[in-house]
Design a protein around this ligand. Structure first.
Ligand SMILES: [Cu+2]
Length: 175
């Protein structure tokens, strides 16, 4: 579900896309995709204790909850709900596809994100400013227009170093 202000989305993407003859992915009718970035703390889950017990039973080991690394190990640095490009399916974009990314983040003070779309042409609103990302604070959104220009396997990711190495990435296959 996308909620948008009137006029902020190309007419062809609104409620009745049948009134446009432009194909999805064209400049006139970009493919709209979400990119949700957030650090999810699994220790806040009401199922946390059950999950730890289940993991201990499955692995046959006792988990040291007092270990200094334990809290960090429960911070899931997710992008669209998955880590390390393991989202189901493969996001395949033919060269020339125009994508309107709706990027958004929620969470706490750890949720400062910098979404980047590697290898591709960012066409707005940033290209004129010479930058390739936006600063995304908790409970904020942004729109980034991108054109798939470079074939290969690329990532949409958070450029915050800790977040990237902890898995905040989505794979894009440009063909
Ligand atoms: Cu981030």
């Amino acid at each position: 579900m996308l909620i948008y202000s009137k006029g902020s989305m190309p007419r062809a993407q609104q409620d009745d896309p049948s009134d446009s003859s432009a194909p999805v992915g064209s400049a006139e009718r970009p493919l709209v995709l979400p990119l949700y970035l957030a650090v999810m703390n699994e220790m806040g889950s009401p199922f946390f204790d059950d999950n730890v017990l289940r993991a201990e039973k499955s692995a046959g080991v006792k988990i040291d909850r007092e270990a200094l690394t334990f809290p960090e190990s429960n911070l899931m640095h997710q992008a669209n709900g998955f880590l390390y490009c393991n989202q189901p399916g493969l996001l395949t974009l033919p060269v020339g596809t125009h994508v309107r990314w709706i990027v958004f983040g929620f969470g706490s003070e750890t949720d400062m994100h910098s979404p980047v779309f590697s290898g591709q042409k960012v066409t707005s609103p940033l290209a004129s400013g010479g930058t390739y990302t936006v600063g995304l604070m908790p409970a904020s959104t942004a729109v980034i227009d991108m054109e798939a220009t470079s074939p290969g396997s690329w990532e949409a990711y958070c450029a915050v170093t800790d977040h990237y190495f902890a898995g905040m990435r989505v794979r894009m296959q440009v063909v």
